[in-house]
Design a protein around this ligand. Structure first.
Ligand SMILES: [Mn+2]
Length: 327
């Protein structure tokens, strides 16, 4: 086999659900070779921050998420939706259980790094009632980020100070997003927006619930990302600015601009007086910021085993952190 195949590129063409069982082809090196080859693998450094809706602070809100940097990196966000039947049921139960289940199926053979299959399994295992919007993103060692999203959680990739990738929200009508549900009328993994994007070293991923993207503009995201010294600091700064805008009734937010463009506005006579529909949108705000890094890994059968130590433990810790605000 050609020596060139030992150097894996970070941005191969992205394809398909079918992928080789191992991204590391079996190598036949001469046993006389004194040098072990190294290859580059992509990993995520992940920070997160959640600020509940001001009126839901005591219960921790209805957003839930998990993040895990093992095996290159994966994160997921779910936004529990209220306003459905069973008004006495806390929507947080559904979003939290969906995230717990997503986390526990990560190593499932059938899932095999596919976020849409992970969503299918997590949804099937969720017994709480209600519904949630959800996004799951899984980074492959090659640098391909695979995404499955149902509803209006967002994800943007920032490269060299510009948004180079962004997913579109799915909705039935304004303010009614697609949602994974305990009801048959809801959406399933089959309705997910599924896409992948090839990332490079240094790329920044900003993902969040609608509470983030309804309250903050791309230019603000870009400047916070460029000014922050780390992913946790960036996630916190983004969440805090979104929160500040969300309670500002004079801020012309992305949400109020969108509402006006859909013909939601103040009555005509108020318009005559110069009034317009304006203000932030109070909501739970969840932010995940992930930085793509490439690391050199020696071509050695033992290497992978070393890297994967302690996975189960860190998964448990990640889910706990998503529930730190639970009553
Ligand atoms: Mn929300």
């Amino acid at each position: 086999m050609a020596a060139a195949s030992t150097a894996s590129r970070l941005s191969p063409p992205s394809r398909s659900h079918v992928r080789p069982r191992s991204l590391r082809p079996p190598l036949r090196r001469s046993r006389f070779s004194p040098v072990r080859a190294a290859k580059l693998e992509a990993v995520l450094s992940i920070g997160s921050h959640l600020i509940p809706h001001p009126r839901k602070a005591a219960s921790g809100g209805e957003d839930a998420f998990f993040a895990n940097s093992d095996d290159s990196g994966v994160f997921a966000i779910a936004d529990g939706v209220s306003g459905w039947a069973q008004k006495d049921v806390n929507p947080a139960l559904f979003s939290r259980e969906l995230m717990r289940n997503s986390s526990s199926f990560l190593k499932d053979e059938e899932v095999n790094g596919d976020p849409q299959i992970l969503l299918m399994k997590a949804h099937a295992a969720t017994s709480s009632i209600r519904s949630a919007t959800v996004i799951i993103a899984v980074l492959e060692k090659t640098g391909t980020l695979k995404i499955a999203s149902v509803g209006d959680c967002g994800l943007k990739v920032i490269r060299k100070g510009q948004v180079m990738f962004s997913i579109c929200p799915q909705e039935h009508y304004f303010d009614c997003p697609y949602q994974i549900s305990s009801e048959a009328a809801g959406q399933t993994y089959q309705d997910a927006l599924v896409c992948s994007v090839n990332l490079m070293d240094g790329d920044m991923i900003v993902s969040g619930s609608d509470g983030l993207f309804d309250n903050i503009f791309d230019q603000e995201i870009i400047s916070i990302i460029s000014e922050s010294s780390g992913v946790n600091e960036a996630a916190k700064a983004l969440a805090e600015l979104a929160r500040k805008h969300s309670v500002d009734v004079t801020f012309d937010s992305p949400y109020s601009m969108e509402a006006r463009s859909r013909n939601f506005d103040v009555p005509w006579w108020k318009k005559l007086l110069g009034a317009k529909l304006i203000g932030g949108k109070m909501d739970d705000i969840t932010v995940v910021v992930a930085q793509v890094k490439t690391v050199a890994v020696l071509e050695d059968e033992g290497g992978d085993i070393e890297e994967q130590k302690g996975n189960e433990q860190s998964i448990a810790v990640a889910v706990a952190s998503a529930e730190q605000n639970e009553e």
